[in-house]
Design a binder for this molecule. Structure first.
Ligand code: SAH
Length: 449
């Protein structure tokens, strides 16, 4: 066991899934933030358990050539980005390596390398922002949570967001201070404004502003609307009522104060309607690359029926519709299903059908009805597929299964389970949708073995 507060010499050999450096010191695994593989550092132990410890760099003895100066002034404090200290070459290498390591270790594969579609830019790419609001000496401010806490770190200009997002944040913060709207305090569950949510269509430029309230009303909404009109593309102002304690950002009820309550954007040549709750990839450019990779790898033909589980507003489903005979999407959020159906109509797509429900249960139901499926696409949330989804896929026995994943560990677990059901891995690709942040997407193909 290492000694707390003592300084040890550490060689960084790997990264955790959150992007922290890992070193082995005297048989102990030490987790070290802001460290780069290959670096030799003096590390002060802050927390020590029997087999692991957490430490902080006090001195870098051998610096990685990938280390860069942080351009963001709050990068060290803000929990938004994990990688301001390393260049993008190292970041994308590490992300590809993480997907490869998971598929090998958990998925039982033996991949020697795995390609990654790296992002062309690390700046201004995020089309959605959720700023928590807090107060200091009676003055409201907005920013992002400090890593692992709910302390709000004020951020003047976030480098991964478009300017319009920060402009909205500043206008709302000024308005809140002028009209004495109380920021929400989660400890005593008092105050009104919880989050400022901004979504911007990368192609349309339309901006949706959603104020998440512990209540239903704001003072002088017309004044706020007039000010927001100065933001290029401002289209709609919505209130999300969230009076529940807890970590969910958006509530269930939405009240539109100005405009249609949604925005539109174009993705893969199709028009999409986006409500605050609909899932829409935050990196538009890379999402198109991801979907193109998924479509290409699906090898669908005009006679195929494609089942898209966890379809959101129907992005992948509709992008595949042209090449397929029929596409069926399944999604659990009713509003997203409504959006998906509406998106099919607005794009003149007639061979798409959407069902609302749990992906696994709905798929089992469709299978019972005798529907035959040639290709299955899944794009589940981080926890991956549930037992019903795996069972349904096995029963449908599609020719190809395209799995889009935002968590390599659960992806690899599901690959192992699907291999037991007679599938084999045919192709794997990582796609970086979140430069500077620890998450990585991947798209893999499984075929019947
Ligand atoms: N393929 C879409 C959405 C992917 S995100 C896109 O790329 O835009 C994952 C989606 O799964 C979300 O829309 C979420 O609401 C949905 N979801 C989560 N759990 C689900 C479940 N049990 N059954 C069906 N859909 C689910």
């Amino acid at each position: 066991m290492l000694e707390k507060s003592k300084v040890y010499k550490a060689v960084i050999s790997d990264y955790t899934s959150e992007g922290q450096g890992i070193a082995r010191v005297e048989g102990c695994v030490v987790f070290i933030p802001n460290a780069i593989v290959g670096e030799v550092c003096n590390v002060r132990i802050e927390k020590a358990a029997k087999t692991w410890a957490a430490g902080k760099i006090v001195e870098i003895l051998e610096k990685s050539p990938h280390r860069i100066n942080r351009a963001c002034p709050v990068a060290k404090l803000c929990g938004g980005c994990a990688f301001h200290h390393m260049d993008y070459e190292e970041e994308s290498r590490m992300k590809a390596e993480r997907v490869r390591a998971c598929l090998n270790r958990i998925g039982g594969e033996n991949l020697e390398q795995l390609p990654i579609l790296a992002a062309p830019t690390c700046e201004g790419y995020r089309n959605k922002a959720q700023y928590p609001v807090s107060a200091k000496k009676g003055k409201a401010y907005a920013g992002f949570f400090r890593q692992g806490t709910h302390d709000v770190i004020e951020n003047q200009r976030c480098m991964i967001l478009p300017e319009e997002s920060d402009a909205v944040k500043d206008i709302v913060t000024d308005y809140v201070n002028q009209f004495r709207v109380m920021p929400y305090d989660e400890i005593n569950h008092k105050g009104l404004l919880r989050h400022i949510y901004v979504r911007r269509g990368a192609v349309s430029g339309q901006v949706l502003v959603c104020l998440v309230l512990n209540g239903r009303r704001i003072p002088k909404p017309e004044v706020l609307v007039e000010r927001l009109k100065k933001v290029p593309g401002f289209t709609t102002l919505v209130i999300s009522v969230n009076t529940k304690a807890g970590n969910s950002v958006l509530g269930e009820e939405f009240i539109t104060l100005y405009g249609p309550g949604y925005i539109e954007d174009t993705l893969c040549g199709l028009k999409f309607r986006l409500s605050p709750r609909s899932f829409y990839q935050v990196n538009h450019y890379q999402a198109q690359k991801l979907y193109a990779a998924a479509i290409e790898r699906s090898q669908i033909t005009k006679s195929d029926t494609v089942l898209d589980l966890y379809c959101g507003v129907g992005t992948i489903t509709l992008a595949m519709a042209k090449a397929a005979g029929k596409v069926i999407g399944v999604e659990v959020i009713p509003q997203a299903v409504e959006d998906a159906r509406d998106n099919a109509v607005r794009n003149g797509i007639e061979n798409a059908e959407f069902f609302c429900g749990d992906a696994g249960q709905a798929a089992l139901e469709l299978e019972k009805q005798g529907i035959a499926v040639d290709v299955v696409v899944v794009d589940p949330p981080r926890k991956g597929l549930n037992g019903d989804s795996i069972e349904a896929i096995a029963r449908f026995a599609p020719r190809r299964l395209v799995y889009v994943s935002c968590d390599p560990a659960t992806l690899a677990r599901d690959v192992a389970l699907l291999k037991e059901r007679g599938y084999k891995l045919a192709d794997a690709l990582a796609v970086d949708l979140f430069p500077r942040c620890a998450h990585v997407e991947s798209v893999i193909v499984l075929t019947k073995s």
